[in-house]
Design a protein around this ligand. Structure first.
Ligand SMILES: Cc1cc2nc3c(=O)[nH]c(=O)nc-3n(C[C@H](O)[C@H](O)[C@H](O)COP(=O)(O)O)c2cc1C
Length: 336
């Protein structure tokens, strides 16, 4: 698996938290825990969907699930379509639930999956929720990819209605606009992972795989993660926003929370740590991210995530310009 980094940024470099020099807090009292889908997490973090469906990747899901259990984080398995088509590979997903019987584990399928497939995917791993991914740019660049996306929103609505667990609709690296998030809300979706530009770039990956020449501008197609969160927040709808796309550090997680996210999802940087080093190194990396989040919370004067979500955020540069052009009022973030 060759993983190419994206050159576009996710906009978090334009998002600044305000230092509190007299926070007067004790690091031991900083509480980074939260509840997600009725279960307690030690930090607002999600090991985002990566893999499954091939006997060779069983060890990856086992390690990711163990790290999720040890650190008290949520985890999504990779697309379960392979498991629905071939029951022989179901154990490569089931291992996640076996290793982490009490944790938050999310099922994963394309947004084009039928309600029956969605129900089977949830059942396969006794999932707490189902991620439905949107990846139109990836499909279009893929030689063998889909070309017809008719009826996608109606299908998502059907899946939401047929499941007794929540559905998270996620982009995988091109972001979601306010209009898209609003349409998803109207279809019954209450959890949205913005999956913004600036992290894993599937247009670049698929172009490389297929050997197709594509323009540099097309490589940078999409809405940066920070912008997408602000587009979603502007709607003022009662939905849970998840931040992902190019997040790597504890300070990124703190910024995501201050921008209104209930969780921050990370995929490629965690997979890279596991593949290039070890499960132990991955555990250390994840613990390091949580530790840094707690340091940033203390330095911001926030003893818990509710307080972190109300701390001032100063938005500059490209992200400020983008939101201004879109008529999104961001002045409230700085004046908190
Ligand atoms: C190797 C790899 C495989 C992935 N497979 C899936 C998948 O099966 N389903 C899915 O919804 N997202 C998948 N993703 C997308 C991630 O869950 C995530 O949305 C995206 O990589 C952006 O996050 P990042 O910048 O932290 O990598 C995959 C990502 C990587 C790197």
């Amino acid at each position: 698996m060759k993983l190419e980094p994206s050159k576009a940024t996710n906009g978090f470099e334009d998002v600044h938290l305000l230092h509190d020099a007299i926070s007067g807090l004790n690091l031991d009292d900083i509480d980074s825990t939260c509840f997600f889908m009725g279960k307690k997490l030690q930090a607002p973090l999600l090991i985002n969907a990566i893999t499954g469906g091939h006997p060779g990747v069983m060890a990856i899901n086992r390690s990711l699930a163990r790290v999720a259990r040890e650190t008290g984080l949520a985890m999504a398995v990779g697309s379960q379509m392979a498991g629905l088509e071939d029951s022989g590979v179901q154990e490569t997903y089931e291992i996640a639930r076996r290793e982490n019987p009490d944790g938050v584990i999310l099922a994963n399928l394309s947004a084009g999956a039928s309600p029956e497939q969605a129900m089977a995917a949830v059942k396969m791993i006794a999932a707490d929720g189902l991620q439905l991914y949107l990846n139109i740019p990836q499909e279009l660049v893929m030689r063998e990819g889909d070309r017809d996306f008719n009826g996608i929103i109606a299908n998502i609505g059907q899946v939401v209605l047929s499941l007794d667990v929540p559905v998270i609709v996620k982009e995988v690296g091109c972001g979601l606009s306010g209009g898209t998030i609003s349409a998803l809300y109207d279809a019954g979706v209450r959890y949205v992972d913005v999956g913004g530009q600036g992290g894993t770039n599937f247009i670049a990956i698929e172009a490389m795989r297929s050997g197709k020449e594509i323009s540099q501008s097309l490589l940078h197609w999409g809405i940066p993660t920070a912008v997408s969160l602000l587009e979603g927040g502007e709607l003022g709808l009662p939905l849970a926003l998840i931040a992902s796309g190019g997040l790597e550090s504890g300070i990124d997680v703190a910024k995501a929370v201050a921008l209104g996210a209930v969780l921050a999802g990370i995929a490629r940087p965690l997979l890279k740590e596991l593949l290039e080093k070890s499960e132990e190194a991955l555990l250390k990396k994840v613990n390091g991210i949580i530790h840094e989040l707690r340091l940033v919370m203390l330095m911001s004067g926030a003893e818990n995530l509710e307080k972190m979500a109300r701390k001032p955020v100063i938005i500059t540069g490209k992200v400020a310009e983008w939101t201004q052009r879109r008529g999104i009022d961001i002045s409230g973030y700085a004046r908190r």
